[in-house]
Design a protein around this ligand. Sequence first.
Ligand code: LMR
Length: 402
Amino acid sequence: MAEGSRVAEAPKLFDHLEAQASDSLLALIAMAKADPRPDKIDVGVGVYRDAAGGTPILRAVKAAERILLETQETKSYLGSQGDPRFVELMKGIVFGQGALSDERIIGLQTPGGCGALRLGADLIEKADQDARIFVGQPTWPNHAPLIGCAGVEMVDYCYYDKATTTICFDQMMDAFEQARAGELILLHGCCHNPTGADLNLDQWHAVAEVVSRRGLVPFVDLAYQGLGRGLEEDAEGTRLVVEAADQALVAHSCDKNFGVYRERTGSLFVKASTRQAAEVILGNLLGLSRTMWSMPPDHGAAVARVVLEDPELRADWRAELQEMCARIRSLRSRLAAYDPRLAYIADQNGMFSMLPLSSDEVVALRESHGIYMANSGRFNVVGLSDESVERFAAALVEVMDG
Ligand code: LMR
């Protein structure tokens, strides 16, 4: 700047921004980290922990990383679709091998499940500015910002009654009966976040029936495939509703089932009525993603591809997933056996369950016992170590007894 010149007086661009509270889950991570108590228990964020409380890199992932280190020859751009082979392999994992030849289902790689959800919401908004999506409450707290950011209107209904720890199935079906043809319904494919309460197969059949009869468009969030009942079993509901639907979206994440959280590895699949329509959709998705992240990060997808293409690594990955599932199930059983009021936890799936606690009780657990969980009462079952599970259950019972 020339000597003597000064910055012009002008309205300050950012002065109208309002202070924003940080995302409650991110704030919780920071709070738990800052707590100096050595016996604190962090069951906030959804990260798998082993018996010793660590989150090690999976064997198959480490082996794939070694292979990549030795064999990868370039880090040049791959394009907006990401790694096409990864997308194809994921299509098989999500929809089954039989769907690989279904050209009405197109997909692309995204930065994690969040990227897939946001991109899907943007596509919906671009296709129809009056689109509405029916969202069962409670849901993952980031669903509303991700979908709302794109401008899609959300219609809430009750999915789960925290006090009775049961799914409000009738209310859900009533909501779907009120949706108009072409409207969207958000579904959790498995391991419902934040409640752990999944639809059973009969209920999935009923949802598939209403989807088909009323022409609804399912948008399935499948972020925990393989961490509930098993890799194939966890996809059963998604496959049923996608099969029943003329059009559908599936946001998939590898962050949890490959344990590559920070690599941000996901994909979005869209089913269209025809192959031609699917091609048009893919073109639009590539255009939209170009304006957000241009091209998705590669490493996690490259790792997943190497694992899935190598029969030995694939088998080892499946075995590790089963070990993770078994650990989650065993922690669930131990909690359920501790007190009859916790018995329902054994019947739920995945990393999360929701405790029927008030936010004051959640704060009391934090302050008096160093236990960190979401204010809603959601806790990460597998955030517990073998050593902390009894202490956690005892503290819960103490708070519940008032
Ligand atoms: C969670 O729900 O804890 C995870 O999906 C992490 C996140 O981004 O919220």
